[in-house]
Design a protein around this ligand. Structure first.
Ligand code: SF4
Ligand code: SF4
Length: 299
């Protein structure tokens, strides 16, 4: 099976997060047409492959406000050789269309507290008809929002926390975020990766809009092109990472020594742990009590 992280030219977003270079950025009509053509070409390629493919769309901006991403998610989810098709999204789009997708479609949703009313976001999450994880950036200003979300989300919805870029957390701060996401320790520090075996470049690749294949989004070396098949000769088992460190989940989840394929077994693209929901931690129970949470079951 080949896992593909696809990122086309789309670089616009309807949100305005202070920490993001794509905030309120607009693509020109030509750029949108190019993005659509590239995505449709990619989806056509996936449909023609004789082997199993798992896809995670990782657009720079927001994809699901564009019809071609919604259509690709639905159509790919029904292909017999597609084991999973997931997309990173802010979930600003309408969600009814997701009921047309098969159970192989999934969402990696990020909650941006400054951009969407809490109740609207929570309502959308609760009615999602496909597998999904929900996450938040570990900005101290988000801590109250994250606690509230953990309390209100269904117990079987995993809420991940990404360490904020450039932020060093004290042990006390890390413990607070770990009450919300017991796997926060994986995100807290960048992972030294030089010379370590990583699945990328073997059964995981990164593909951009023109079909250029790299092992991952973070290593610039080109392995070939998807559409002329030249990438295949470059794939080899577990090539070591040439970078000093890997600090993004979509990268280090493939770093073998971390063992995250076991942690996220069955849910690597959409970031859902195999053992979820978990037993409640005392800290989380205390928070729910303090927040006056209802009687819903605990993760
Ligand atoms: S929703 Fe994501 S892509 Fe859009 S501005 Fe916020 S962080 Fe950037
Ligand atoms: S460890 Fe990260 S940076 Fe290194 S090859 Fe793997 S995904 Fe790429």
């Amino acid at each position: 099976m080949l896992t593909i992280l696809y990122r086309g030219p789309l670089a616009s977003c309807d949100y305005d997060c202070a920490y993001c270079p794509f905030a309120k950025r607009r693509d020109t009509p030509e750029q949108l047409r190019a993005d659509r053509a590239a995505l449709e070409r990619f989806a056509g390629w996936v449909a023609e492959q004789p082997f199993e493919v798992s896809v995670l769309f990782t657009p720079w901006g927001e994809g699901l406000v564009r019809s071609w991403y919604r259509r690709a998610l639905v159509e790919l989810s029904w292909l017999p050789n597609v084991t999973k098709v997931a997309i990173q999204t802010n979930l600003s789009c309408r969600t009814e269309w997701l009921s047309e997708a098969s159970d192989r479609a999934a969402l990696w949703v990020t909650y941006h507290p400054t951009q969407v009313p809490y109740d609207r976001f929570l309502g959308k999450i609760r009615s999602l008809p496909v597998r999904h994880s929900v996450g938040i950036v570990g900005d101290p200003a988000h801590l109250t929002h994250a606690r509230r979300l953990r309390t209100d989300l269904p117990a079987d919805t995993y809420l991940w926390v990404n360490a904020e870029e450039g932020r060093l957390y004290t042990d006390g701060e890390a413990a607070e975020w770990s009450e919300i996401d017991p796997l926060f320790h994986y995100s807290r520090f960048a992972h030294p990766s030089a010379g370590l075996p990583c699945r990328t470049g073997d059964d995981v690749i990164s593909v951009n809009g023109d079909g250029t294949v790299r092992r991952c989004h973070f290593i610039p070396e080109v392995l070939g092109n998807l559409y002329d098949g030249s990438y295949r000769a470059a794939l080899r088992p577990r090539p070591p990472c040439p970078a000093a460190a890997c600090d993004c989940h979509i990268g280090y989840v493939h770093l073998e020594p971390l063992g995250l394929y076991d942690v996220f077994a069955g849910g690597v693209p959409e970031r859902i742990p195999a053992a979820w929901p978990r037993e409640p931690s005392p800290g989380l129970l205390g928070h729910r009590g303090a927040a006056g949470a209802g009687p819903s079951p605990m993760p």
